[in-house]
Design a protein around this ligand. Sequence first.
Ligand SMILES: [Zn+2]
Ligand SMILES: [Zn+2]
Length: 474
Amino acid sequence: MGYPVIKGTTMEDYDDNGPMCTAVLRRDLPALIHAMNQTRIFDYEVFLLSIPWVEGLRLMLSVGSDLPFKSQIALLKTAILWKELEAVRAFLEAGFMVTQSVWNNTCYHLEKIGEDESGELFSAMIHNVNAARNLRDMSLAEQDARVGHVCGEFFPYESWRLCKIAAQCAWDGGYCDIDSPSFENPDHGTPIWKRALEAYRSETNESYDLGLDILKWLYEHGARLNWTHPKYLTTPAHLIGRGIASSIWSENQSTHEPDLEAFLRSVLLSEFPDSCTCTCSEAGCHILTCAVTTSMEWGRFPRSNRLFQQHLVEQMVELVDSERHDYPWLVPAMLRCLTFEELGLTHTCCVHMPWSLYELSSYSPPTSEDIKSIRYSESKDIALLETLLDGFTKSWGTYSGTLRQFIDDIWTSTINKELTKAKEAKEESLHALGELGVVLEEQAGHEEQLDPDSDDEGRILNSRSVIELLAFRA
Ligand SMILES: [Zn+2]
Ligand SMILES: [Zn+2]
């Protein structure tokens, strides 16, 4: 008969497991009833085998199961993993225990199922969590620590891949602590911080998903976008800002709903700084410039796409231009960031933050010693940055055009002039040293190696030069 009951197994694997197993494997209801009349012992394996046969499963559950909590959790997780939603439903109706890890698994595996169905399942889960908590509270009063141990604490918003539907069900179920730093690992920040850190993630490498809907949902339910992580010094809003560099202006540009687009815009235009120390900003990064610096930083890596970079920088300049009257800080912030990039200075800010929680554990932000030594070694160029910015601020004060026009009319030529001057001065001093008989070792690694294959199909070597980028056309 070969019912393909459990993935990767055949009936023969279970042949010796007694009449109940055989009945389940054969989907034979009369045989199951007969077997159930013979014994009241339902072991874990029988339930496991019946996950894909919900008729038999429900029959067994209706008689009642005395499965230990651990088995209940394992069965629920298996049903979720296999996306056997009817079985999940049956287990939940039977009052199976839902723990943090069951919830996390559900968020991960059922994220993409239909809204109605997943809403119903997430609600049922919250119901069971609450029931178990009541049970725990009662049992703790009676000193039965076993139940307390199994229930554990429950933090629905900490779940990786938390979706809006799950979050709403948790909220409706009475969970309103939405913005506390992670209980499991304080390094992970608040739920919105954690989610924003991984904002670009997706199941495939082809499409990028900022997860804007859940970020917006969390924000609207009280999560702070300007919460500064005490260790990593940056906020969810800044992480969203840099996430943009990888997402909406990418090859597979996803079109956002108008309200998500408006949310994103309002995040980008928020003025609050983070606590980074870097000369790319005056006193903490700006959210909008985080997108630009992230994109430019990627210019270090060969074989990524210069079109993305160009598109992003142009979009950000456009955004600044459309909002510059309402947000006067935008232009100076953008000019500083672009000039910083053009001079090739080293960031000591959140631009180096990793893109996943996994990598976060091995990352430490630059220390004040690191910052000091970078500033020391780049002191000449930093002084040039400040001089240039003074000039740009003055010119911008009397300029009547847009930032884009300013870049084309004034910024590019001024920087080019300065860079030529600096190059000439350097050559002169090298020449003078040569005259004195000093031989310098050649500096290696500064010129990027051009990849001969890099130009096909529009994939062009990246650039760290804004001037080059904005002059570049496909
Ligand atoms: Zn920086
Ligand atoms: Zn920062």
